[in-house]
Design a protein around this ligand. Structure first.
Ligand SMILES: Cc1cc2nc3c(=O)[nH]c(=O)nc-3n(C[C@H](O)[C@H](O)[C@H](O)COP(=O)(O)OP(=O)(O)OC[C@H]3O[C@@H](n4cnc5c(N)ncnc54)[C@H](O)[C@@H]3O)c2cc1C
Length: 484
């Protein structure tokens, strides 16, 4: 039955469907380098078929066919995630959504744009900029990340501090449910729009979204070097709560500044301390007020070095290049933590202690994304070709998340690899609610199975936690993690 169904899809979609091993293998991984030794015994990440639908009717037809044959379907767009969110773990069909591209309509009265889900954030913003408009927020992976992909993930990034989560900016979306049924969802429908935000492709496929836009406005950028982290986080708190809200607030800890310097990437050739980037957008009056706030805060503060405006502007232009730090590799491992902003200083202090304890450079940077929350990426260099060492290094990712948890944080996003932490990410009540949604909309569990709702047996929090802690203990005794 399964073979017949797959054949039917393949015949129908011609050169937009492939079952060749080489092409399918490209869909069996994402940006995270994970050795086959860890993956192959547990999961079937090789899709049986990859298909590229070009419109909602095709998405619906493929889902209907897969549903009838009980075949898993994994949606995939930019594949810029790292937790196997868009990698199948039970084979089946990968639906590549990159042909669902382009703007469907612009409504300048409502100040909204309707856009196909596979369009990248940069493509949409280019389209809007030509008309004097822009998006309210976007991820720092905007050149490759799709509108639908960010909506189905957490949806916080550049601009969120001022304009809120992506969910709060979306007015409506078209979704195709696991059965192939097409629905338009809003805040008032049943199911509501909010069910699909951060659902990681487990409830259906989003084909278009209507989002709020804003007029393009001038920007001003500031870059400040601090001698120490506590002073940086004090100023960060002051600025995020000030009368003019920054559009973007980005920080880098001393290890990050050092790594950037070693790679020849630091703005203004800064070698030490930590860095805060503050970007404002708004009317000329708001920008003048913002400049006033910054200059007043900096006046007489000996632990602050204001870098020249040109350097700040250059750093803003580099905002999509977070991955350049990877050049210090061969590879990087790490954890991204959703953290209360007022815990940032404590978190970074504990990360520094961990760095000393394990003899490893831990590099942290991130954004303040709401008045209360920051996302912090803490990473270290490793080498995926040294498999045993790499596997031991994974235990350090758990230690990073443990520090985040001690500071009331949790992993940012779930996918497969963060399922051992689901009881930290969701309260018991919330998780029960999410599982209920899944049962209602996808009772056969064919949409992106193996993600979000529960961990696979061998990765259950207890076994996983114990195993990782033992490995971390061995690393600590040996006094070396990382790529060395
Ligand atoms: C350098 C870099 C910077 C990043 N910056 C940010 C950031 O600022 N903020 C942030 O939140 N993340 C960030 N990310 C993570 C990632 O880029 C974002 O989550 C991104 O929005 C994912 O979009 P994508 O198109 O790549 O989705 P994919 O990785 O293809 O998919 C993500 C998930 O959504 C599902 N999915 C994708 N499209 C659809 C659809 N149309 N319908 C239903 N399900 C779908 C997939 O099945 C998968 O579960 C960053 C990553 C990198 C590498």
């Amino acid at each position: 039955m399964k073979a017949e169904v797959l054949d039917e899809i393949k015949r129908k979609y011609g050169d937009r469907a492939t079952d060749t091993p080489f092409e399918r293998s490209l869909y069996s991984r994402d940006l995270a380098p994970v050795p086959a030794l860890l993956v192959d015994p547990l999961f079937n990440t090789m899709p049986d078929l990859v298909v590229r639908p070009a419109n909602v009717e095709e998405v619906a037809e493929i889902l209907r066919t897969a549903w009838a044959g009980n075949i898993p379907v994994t949606p995939r767009a930019g594949a810029s995630t790292v937790y196997f969110d868009s990698v199948p773990v039970k084979g089946g069909v990968v639906m590549d959504l990159n042909l669902l591209r382009g703007v469907v309509g612009l409504d300048e009265e409502r100040m909204t744009v309707t856009v196909q889900a596979g369009t990248t954030w940069s493509e949409l913003d280019d389209y809007l900029n030509r008309r004097g408009l822009t998006v309210k927020s976007y991820p720092s992976s905007a050149p490759v990340a799709s509108i639908g992909g960010w909506f189905c993930m957490m949806g916080y990034g550049i601009g969120s501090l001022k304009y809120g989560s992506l969910l709060s900016q979306v007015r409506a979306a078209e979704v195709v449910l696991a059965t192939g049924e097409v629905r338009v969802v809003t805040r008032d429908t049943d199911p509501p729009l909010s069910w699909f935000a951060a659902s990681e492709g487990t409830l259906g496929i989003v084909t278009w979204l209507e989002l709020e836009v804003r007029r393009l406005s001038p920007m001003k950028h500031f870059l400040i070097q601090f001698t120490n982290v506590p002073e940086m986080t004090r100023v960060l708190t002051e600025l995020k709560d000030a009368s003019v809200t920054p559009y973007n607030l980005h920080f880098a800890d001393p290890a990050c500044v050092r790594a950037m310097h070693d790679l020849g990437l630091t703005p203004g050739d800064v070698q030490d301390g930590c860095i805060l980037e503050i970007d404002y957008e708004g009317t000329d009056r708001e920008l003048a007020q913002a400049e006033d706030i910054i200059r007043t805060m900096a006046a007489g503060n000996k632990s602050i070095n204001m870098l020249p405006n040109e350097v700040a502007e250059m750093e803003w232009k580099e905002r999509f290049k977070a991955l350049r730090l990877k050049r210090g590799g061969p590879a990087v491992l790490g954890g991204e933590v959703w953290l209360p902003a007022d815990e940032l200083a404590g978190y970074l202090a504990d990360i520094n202690k961990m760095s000393l304890r394990y003899g490893i450079d831990l590099i942290s940077y991130g954004h303040v994304v709401t008045p209360e929350h920051a996302t912090v990426m803490t990473m270290f260099y490793t080498d995926e070709t040294k498999t045993l060492k790499y596997i031991f290094n994974l235990s350090l990712v758990k230690k990073i998340h443990d520090i985040g948890y001690r500071h009331h944080g949790c992993p940012y996003g779930v996918g497969l690899w963060n399922t051992p932490y689901i009881d930290r990410i969701f309260s018991r009540k919330r998780l029960a609610g999410l599982r209920e949604r899944k049962k209602t909309l996808d009772p056969r569990g064919t949409m992106n199975p193996g993600k979000v709702y529960r961990s696979p047996l061998l990765m259950n929090p207890y076994i996983f936690g114990m195993g990782m802690d033992v490995m971390a203990g061995i690393l600590r005794a040996a006094g070396r993690g990382g790529s060395g």
